[in-house]
Design a protein around this ligand. Sequence first.
Ligand code: MLT
Ligand code: MN
Length: 353
Amino acid sequence: MRAWPQGQGAHPRAGQITRVGAKRRRVRVRGDSGRTSRNAGAGMHLKIVGSAAGGGFPQWNCNYRLSRAARAGTAGVEARTQSSLAASADGVAWVLFNASPDIRQQIAATPELQPRADGPLRSSPIGAVVLTNADVDHVAGLLSLRERQPFAIYATEQVLAVLAANPIFNVLDPAIVPRRRLQQGGTLDIADAEGRPTGITVESFAVPGKIALYLETSSRPDADFSSDSGDTIGVRISDGGRSAYYIPGCAGIDAALRARLAGAACLLFDGTLYTDDEMIVAGVGQKTGRRMGHLSISGERGAMAGLSGLDIGRRVFVHINNTNPVLDTNSPEHAAVRAAGWEIAHDGMEIEL
Ligand code: MLT
Ligand code: MN
């Protein structure tokens, strides 16, 4: 993984201190070569361990120009692993938000998530995993967290039901890896398997979304499978003082979501597609973003327009699909997003609040 590519004048640099939003929080951004958060001072630490949507970038079977460019090592086109975020209140205990199929590679690239050199024979700083939906890119990594390592899983009733209905997840023995319910609209202190607080608090709220792709039934070809009742949630992640919103999947923005996000110090938001019909135009799929439960970045009904004018300290697109032109830092779309005050997440990106 590389830090920010060259030639992005507007991107924060390692060690740069930036100020965010009306709350005037100190936000430090560090490159991959910086000290680890374990040594950092007080404040909530966020690390984007995977910034791509399902399939990753490049996707294994994708020959679209962007995946080809990433494979070729083209300047300004950086490879990315699948969607996941790590958060910590103290730089020691970490909570993972979504467990991607790339989790093994992500842990290998993230010292904060590895056993401490002076730790017990079997150990992990990952105290809990919070799931924002049951999509493959968000739950498949749970299978790689077997090996009888205690941690806690937090998810909505719907997502817990999906895990329960798929016995392969029993590789995580619930006696060792307890499954705990996130109440919609509720706020919960996230604890590890033994009930010790991690220092991270999560408020969960339903966002317009969709059931997981593999739960769609072919007998309902015309159904849109949309849902706003907890199949997909957004979360406000807090250390008791500072907070950030993490919404990697969202099908639309309504007045309630705008009101919720007004004044946020930091927002990590669904940046799957730049345009709604992008996959169709690219010739790699038949579905619009809306049909997949993802609003687009651009357009009247897109994220940039829908969240414009709100007082948000720092806004970052995550969960970026391999067809999204913003993945090329030299593209006009990338420039347009930056001009609108948004950042494009990359793997290893750190945010301190
Ligand atoms: C999504 O975000 O829509 C899903 O991850 C798609 C998928 O399961 O591949
Ligand atoms: Mn996804």
